[in-house]
Design a protein around this ligand. Structure first.
Ligand code: ADP
Ligand code: MG
Length: 663
């Protein structure tokens, strides 16, 4: 007499389906059964008597409408969908009449699949799958896809799959139904062998000869148990003793599953791009590409404009205010004077120096050499007495001094380029006289900057290197015939006080001239303006990119929804071997991300490829790593968002309905 608690206990189980014309179809009525560990049970009965329904309920793929199901004393109805998935994974192994192997995977990969959801790492998983295959005489078939295998071989692959996570209870629903007698015999003896090793086997069959070989026979008719030979020849279950069913969560599971999802994402990417849906897949990849390209290009142009302006401003000096004559209400512009510069330097707070600007293009001659040059008449005014510490540096001689100005000395400081050009063979220009216009000037210095400008644009080097600087008053009197500066450059001590300084300058000049007629602009403000422009560029080009990404995302979503519909049976198989809803959802989200990321990667390449083109049109494109990261994140985010709905739909599928789907 058996006193152990049963492995499985069904009590008054009922299951009804909605029929075609609203009338319910009763598939099981009041079924009560006790199955013990290690039993070999055979279920027989005519077609439609409820055998498959009973198997689905036993294997936790389906839920009864009435009655109680206890597995090792535990109420199965109380388990969550994930709890049921855990039980399917740990306790059950399904063997179907039509094998239900994944056509796109090899025999070994099919056998491995339950191990993935159990969190088994790649190497032991592969080893175990190969071991199971060779136990079933399929060692040399591991790399074949199901289409290349005979029916009997496919059924043995599915038996190996059922054993992957242990397979305490093997549920085989007409496993020999589609096989010829020889192959059927092989599959059956494999199951008998398992029974001998302590597995609990529940086998559905029509064949009375097969049924006669089972230790216990149960017959169904119209959803009722009409015959049960009862437990007999019960074997001890060595499996449960060796490996008790406990622990909800596999230890090293998460990473393994994630890696696996990533691999399957790549595989499905390949399938999407090569399969029958490739035109649509490529179209959505292309729209993502466009979106990412637009986003990346827009970010790098905005960045380029910003950097250029920053550089320009720092070259000019972010501490600089420019005062220049300006048409004011149709009155003629004011003439600025050197005295204005002196007054600004002397009377206003926060001033470091004021430089009146007066420049003219003139010819400089020495002997037979001549050169077109920008000649600047130079003066600098500082708030107190003291040297002009900000005066331009020289590589030879000295720069102009305030005394040169006061005494109207006819002296000049030449740019390094001008000196090289006028004085050949390394002749020392210091002390020599050149003709500027028609007036003689003694060279007292050569400006520095040869190295500093070496890396910059050619025109800039020429302009800077070929200029010449002479005292303001001498220049105004002798050369320009005009002593009015074209503008005043005002350098501040503290650029943060620019606004106050600007209004002080305005008031002072209005006081001196009696009216407005000049523009006062702070160079540092350009940085702010360009910052605003960058934001506008982001918004403008960003929305174009956003629309393209949206279109691409919709394409990805459509493809994934289609994939869920086409791969419903695959989803059912995965659920039957113990995938949780989360595993299924994760797989589809990762597939969507893979598709979108491919578009993102291509879009990034397109952006990199077109940026020299944009640069040749004069657009300041500055590509940087963070732009690449941002663009890829946009693509992956689009994939994530467009994968959520299909993933949800896939993970909510009913396992039994999904297994019944075509495809
Ligand atoms: P068997 O496997 O013994 O042939 P099933 O368990 O598949 O029987 O079916 C039992 C009864 O339930 C049958 O009458 C069948 O038509 C019905 N049935 C099974 N599945 C469904 C379903 N999804 N929707 C409606 N009726 C169903
Ligand atoms: Mg059936």
């Amino acid at each position: 007499m058996n006193l152990e608690p049963p492995l499985i206990e069904l009590e008054g189980i009922g299951r009804r389906y909605k029929g075609k014309r609203g009338a319910p179809v009763i598939a099981l009525r009041n079924v009560s059964l006790r199955l013990h560990a290690g039993e070999f049970v055979c279920i027989t009965g005519p077609s439609g008597s409820g055998k498959t329904t009973l198997m689905n309920i036993l294997g936790c793929l389906d839920q009864p409408d009435a009655g109680a199901y206890r597995f090792l004393g535990r109420e199965v109805q109380r388990l969550s969908p994930d709890g049921l998935a855990w039980l399917r994974r740990k306790a059950f192994g399904f063997v179907f009449q039509n094998y239900n192997l994944l056509g796109s995977a090899t025999a070994r990969e099919n056998v491995e699949m339950p191990g993935i959801y159990a969190g088994l790492a790649l190497a032991p998983r592969r080893a175990r799958a190969l071991n199971l295959l060779s136990r079933l005489g399929l060692a040399n078939r591991a790399g074949h896809r199901p289409a290349a295998l005979s029916g009997g071989e496919q059924q043995r692959v599915s038996i190996a799959r059922a054993l992957m996570n242990g397979g305490h209870v093997i549920l085989a629903d007409e496993p020999t139904g589609a096989l010829d007698s020889q192959n059927g015999e092989q599959a059956l003896s494999a199951l008998e062998d398992l029974a001998a090793r302590g597995h609990t086997i529940v086998l559905v069959t029509h064949n009375p000869e097969i049924a006669a070989r089972a230790g216990r026979r149960i017959e169904l008719r119209d959803g009722r148990v009409v015959k049960d030979t009862g437990p007999s020849g019960k074997r001890r279950d060595t499996l449960l003793a060796a490996e008790p069913l406990s622990g909800q969560r596999p230890a090293a599971g998460a990473l393994t599953r994630l890696l696996q999802a990533f691999r399957s994402g790549l595989a499905s990417l390949r399938a999407n791009l090569l399969g029958t849906r490739r035109a649509r897949a490529m179209l959505s990849v292309f729209s993502i590409l466009l979106g990412v390209w637009a986003v990346a290009t827009m970010l790098s142009i905005a960045e380029g404009v910003f950097r250029d302006t920053l550089e320009q401003v720092s070259r000019l000096g972010a501490d600089r205010i420019e005062v220049s004559p300006y048409l004011w209400r149709n009155e003629p512009p004011l003439s600025l004077t050197v005295e204005d510069a002196r007054a600004i330097a002397g009377q206003i707070e926060n001033i470091r120096r004021v430089v009146p600007v007066l420049a003219q293009r003139l010819t400089i001659r020495y002997g037979t050499q001549s050169l077109e040059s920008f000649v600047e008449s130079y003066a600098a005014f500082t708030p107190g007495p003291g040297a002009d510490s900000d005066a331009p540096a020289v590589e030879r001689g000295r720069f102009l001094s305030p005394r040169d100005n006061d005494n109207r000395n006819q002296v000049a400081v030449l740019g390094w380029g001008a000196a090289d050009h006028l004085f050949e063979d390394g002749l020392d220009p210091l002390g020599l006289h050149v003709l500027i216009g028609n007036a003689p000037f003694r060279v007292v210095g050569v400006l520095a900057g040869r190295e500093a400008f070496a890396g910059t644009a050619k025109w800039l080097t020429e302009q800077e290197g070929r200029r010449a600087v002479i005292p303001f008053d001498a220049g105004a009197a002798l050369l320009h015939g005009n002593s009015s500066p074209s503008s005043l450059s005002v350098f501040m001590q503290d650029p943060l006080q620019a606004d106050a300084t600007k209004s002080a300058i305005r008031e002072l000049l209005i006081g001196r001239h009696g009216r407005e007629g000049f523009r006062i602009s702070f160079m540092g403000a350009r940085v702010e303006q360009v910052g605003e422009m960058r934001t506008l560029l982001w918004l403008g080009l960003g929305s174009i990119g956003g629309i393209a990404l949206l279109a691409g995302g919709m394409g990805v979503m459509a493809i994934m929804l289609m994939a869920v519909a086409e791969r419903t049976r695959e989803i059912g198989i995965r659920m039957a071997v113990g995938a949780r809803r989360r595993d299924i959802a994760q797989q589809f989200v990762i597939e969507a991300i893979a598709l979108a990321s491919l578009g993102g990667l291509l879009g990034l390449c397109a952006g990199l490829a077109t940026s020299p083109l944009a640069r040749s049109f004069g657009l300041p494109v500055a590509f940087s790593p963070w732009i690449a990261i941002a663009a890829l994140a946009c693509a992956a985010g689009t994939g994530l968002v467009s994968g959520i709905l299909p993933a949800r739909r896939a993970s909510r599928l009913d396992p039994v309905a999904a297994l019944a789907a075509l495809g």
